[in-house]
Design a binder for this molecule. Structure first.
Ligand code: FE2
Length: 310
């Protein structure tokens, strides 16, 4: 059995144990940011109150270059009200549509900042694009921990496992805690489909294989998505679904769709999509673990825009 198959099999076993045992399942709160269609999560073990914050959002107004903390403060308030002990500040990937609030949250509630280990490849690509100097380390050292495929972690008594699910970007990870999988930008609600695969380092075939890997978790696995954009005929935002619902009804990847069909659909659809409004600030800040580029000699941080380079 390959290391990747062994990791998946451990994840399947973990979910089955949590499906059978209520005390092995996490409590989950989702925080939806309508400006970027992003869902942040606070996941915790009800018994020990140990928690992880996944994919937080720093509010950023592109026109003025101003940051603010309304979204992050809602998370802080929740953590404080529930008296949670934050172990982890996890990013499923280097987001291209919003800036992470992880450093802001770390100052207030603690926790180790973590992302997938292939962030190093993303740092290489975007370090070049933004002509970052030698002071920008491309070794993932801006994060406290780099997760590997199949790596186990814990929230109190709850079991967790990280799975590498590349395709949207080379470094995407899914984090499975008890029976809940935080799948980042892989799959979206069944009526909306899947994440795009046309960013630098993206690969539609790889995305398909990553999604099928997630959909081989048990039917009952709860899937929590990083984004929702509604869908034609649906008026409310939604971000929780199950493996069973996805296999039966996902408009892009339900059972029976082949990799070739998916790649054809994904590639032609991606050609019609505009770049996210906040891609330039988001990527520059998120590859630095959510920290702004070092201030210049006047004390101000600047975000660059590469002209005619993307
Ligand atoms: Fe993304």
């Amino acid at each position: 059995m390959s290391a990747s198959d062994a990791a998946l099999s451990r994840a399947q076993d973990q979910v089955r144990r949590a499906v059978d045992d209520e005390t092995a399942r996490p409590s989950i709160a989702g925080f939806f940011d309508e400006a970027t269609n992003t869902v942040s999560y606070v996941v915790h073990d009800p018994e020990s109150s140990e928690a992880a914050i996944i994919d937080s959002v720093l509010d950023f107004e592109a026109a003025s270059g101003r940051t603010s903390h309304g979204s992050a403060d809602l998370v802080v308030e929740y953590v404080n009200t529930k008296k949670l002990k934050v172990n982890w500040l996890i990013e499923t990937h280097a987001h291209a549509d919003h800036i992470s609030a992880a450093p802001y949250l770390q100052e207030r509630v603690g926790g180790k900042l973590a992302i997938g280990k292939d962030i190093i490849r993303v740092q290489e690509v975007f370090g070049k694009l933004f002509n970052a100097g030698t002071d920008f380390e491309r070794d993932g050292s801006q994060f406290d921990h780099l997760f590997e495929d199949g790596e186990k972690f814990a929230l109190g008594k709850l079991e967790g496992i990280a799975l590498h699910v590349p395709g949207h970007t080379p470094a995407d990870m899914a984090f499975i805690i008890g029976d809940a999988a935080f799948v980042g930008d892989t799959i979206f609600m069944p009526d909306f489909g899947t994440a795009r695969a046309d960013f630098p380092g993206g690969d539609a075939g790889q995305l398909f294989r990553s999604i099928r890997r997630l959909l081989s978790l048990p039917d009952e696995t709860r899937l929590f998505l990083c984004h929702d954009y509604k869908a034609p005929g649906r008026d409310d935002y939604a971000w929780e679904t199950t493996v069973k619902q996805q296999r039966e009804g996902n408009v892009h990847v339900k059972d029976g769709v082949t990799e070739a069909e998916f790649v054809e659909m994904r590639t032609s659809r991606d050609k019609t999509l505009a770049m996210p409004t906040l891609i330039m600030p988001s990527v520059q800040v998120n590859i630095r673990g959510g920290r702004l580029p070092d201030p210049e000699d006047n004390g101000v941080s600047y975000i660059k825009i590469p002209v005619n380079a993307v």
